[in-house]
Design a protein around this ligand. Structure first.
Ligand SMILES: Cc1cc2nc3c(=O)[nH]c(=O)nc-3n(C[C@H](O)[C@H](O)[C@H](O)COP(=O)(O)OP(=O)(O)OC[C@H]3O[C@@H](n4cnc5c(N)ncnc54)[C@H](O)[C@@H]3O)c2cc1C
Ligand code: SF4
Ligand code: SF4
Ligand code: SF4
Length: 399
């Protein structure tokens, strides 16, 4: 039964949603990822699950024709987003036009899952990137129900989730709009759950992309007992493990959805090359890139009031190839991933991540310099370095 092949399964749940006999349940494997599990006693071998499965999908890589650097004007919207805040504008315009949105949020236990946004008052829960794979449950069925009721739907998710939804639907709906993002990969929900335990109870307002320490130097933050806790991504253990590719889903190292092939109408991403290509926005507040992949993508963009955001033309080279390789390349396989999972659950999590994500000495020096730069400013950092070098020189040469 090929749908259970773990290495390529993305966990999109198209198979779970399509099975007419509800004989596919969701299990969590020893690495903490969700997988479909077939009850062979009730399966009637209709093959529908294999028909909608995209795990072997291989499509021609695309180079989007319309690419825009974008960011919202309103400060509060920009601050509560991961990059340029355009998701918030699309969502607001779509809800105001009477549509419904399916996107990712936290539940009370801070598990990440997809749900329906019915009202603008709920939007805040869905903003920002969550670095744990989102649980889709029966969301594809619910999207189909809305579409059949004549309601316009906007689905936002990873490229494999968008591809999974389109495969599940098996026909195109003019009232369905999909947005995905350039995707580095999704970390294990099990590791996220274990990490949360190390923080203790009463955690709320989690942000993986807090911009208070600057956009490129973003932080992981949360509130506990009315106190805000914050660590930059390079200091925070969970973020270190994610950025070192220690616990991504196996399918992410061999992703079949790179190169704008998911079928999404718009692809969002960070505008990391902003300092070189549009220095005016290089002010630590964040900026994004939108690839408009279809006519529906253009329609979505037209729904937003032009006065609410700024835009600038960028090329494929500037937006993706030079600064955002995840658009076309898979995360590299880290050989320490196997070591991590062979020890995961048997020893304390934080020291394990810190040991396996230790940087080489040169990277450590670079990080120290960037920390000093952030704390005391570039000029003062230069003075401090000059002073240290002259001090070392005096010690060596005695002058
Ligand atoms: C796991 C992950 C990896 C990413 N990797 C990259 C990358 O390598 N390069 C890059 O340029 N951009 C990446 N992004 C996307 C990027 O960081 C921004 O989310 C995107 O540019 C949109 O930002 P925004 O400011 O417009 O809106 P935001 O308010 O930040 O919007 C976030 C949107 O993403 C959805 N979302 C959040 N977490 C998840 C999740 N776990 N699963 C599915 N949907 C989710 C939310 O529902 C919301 O719709 C990644 C995002 C995630 C979640
Ligand atoms: S073959 Fe048909 S009945 Fe069996 S698990 Fe797949 S969808 Fe369900
Ligand atoms: S349909 Fe999705 S969840 Fe099911 S086996 Fe295929 S990739 Fe995995
Ligand atoms: S890297 Fe690919 S397989 Fe992994 S979550 Fe992103 S789109 Fe899905």
């Amino acid at each position: 039964m090929p749908i259970t092949t773990t290495k390529t399964c993305t966990g999109c749940f198209a198979c779970v949603n399509i099975c007419p006999h509800t004989c596919i349940s969701v299990i969590t494997d020893e690495e903490g990822f969700y997988y479909p599990h077939i009850n062979t006693d009730t399966c009637v071998n209709c093959n529908l699950c294999n028909l909608v499965c995209t795990k072997e999908q291989l499509k021609q890589v695309k180079y989007p024709a319309i690419i825009l650097g974008c960011r919202v004007i309103k400060d509060s919207d920009l601050n509560s987003s991961s990059s340029g805040g355009m998701f918030g504008l699309f969502a607001t315009a779509f809800l105001k036009s009477g549509g419904r949105i399916f996107a990712a949020r936290f539940n009370e236990e801070n598990k990440v899952y997809h749900d329906e946004i019915k009202d603008l008052s709920e939007l805040a829960f869905y903003r920002r990137s969550k670095y744990s794979q989102s649980y889709l449950g029966d969301v594809f069925k619910r999207v189909k129900d809305r579409l059949k009721d004549g309601i316009r739907v906007l689905f936002v998710g990873t490229p494999c989730q968008v591809a999974g939804l389109l495969a599940f639907l098996r026909k195109s709906y003019p009232t369905l709009y999909c947005i995905d993002f350039v995707c580095h990969g999704v970390p294990s929900p099990g590791v996220w759950k274990e990490y949360l335990k190390t923080l203790g109870p009463g955690i709320s307002n989690i942000s993986f992309r807090d911009k208070e320490t600057g956009w490129p130097n973003y932080s992981f933050s949360y509130i506990q007992d009315n106190v805000k806790h914050r660590q930059t991504a390079s200091q925070n253990p969970y973020m270190r493990g994610f950025l070192h590719d220690l616990y991504l889903r196996p399918s992410c190292y061999d992703c079949k959805f790179k190169g704008f092939t998911s079928g999404a109408d718009i692809t969002m991403s960070d505008f990391w090359g902003v300092w070189k290509n549009h220095p005016k926005w290089n002010d630590q507040r964040g900026a994004g890139v939108l690839a408009i992949n279809s006519n529906k993508g253009e329609q979505l963009l037209k729904m937003i009031d032009k006065k609410e955001y700024e835009e600038v033309d960028v090329t494929v080279q500037q937006a993706y190839i030079d600064y955002n390789c995840s658009a076309y390349k898979c995360a590299p396989h880290n050989p320490k991933r196997e070591i991590f999972f062979s020890r995961y659950g048997k020893e304390p999590l934080v020291p394990l991540i810190m040991e396996l994500s230790k940087d080489p000495i040169l990277v450590q020096i670079k990080n120290i310099i960037s920390k000093i730069k952030h704390k005391i400013g570039i000029k003062a950092c230069y003075q401090a370095l000059k002073y240290s070098f002259s001090f070392i020189n005096k010690k060596i040469h005695g002058k």
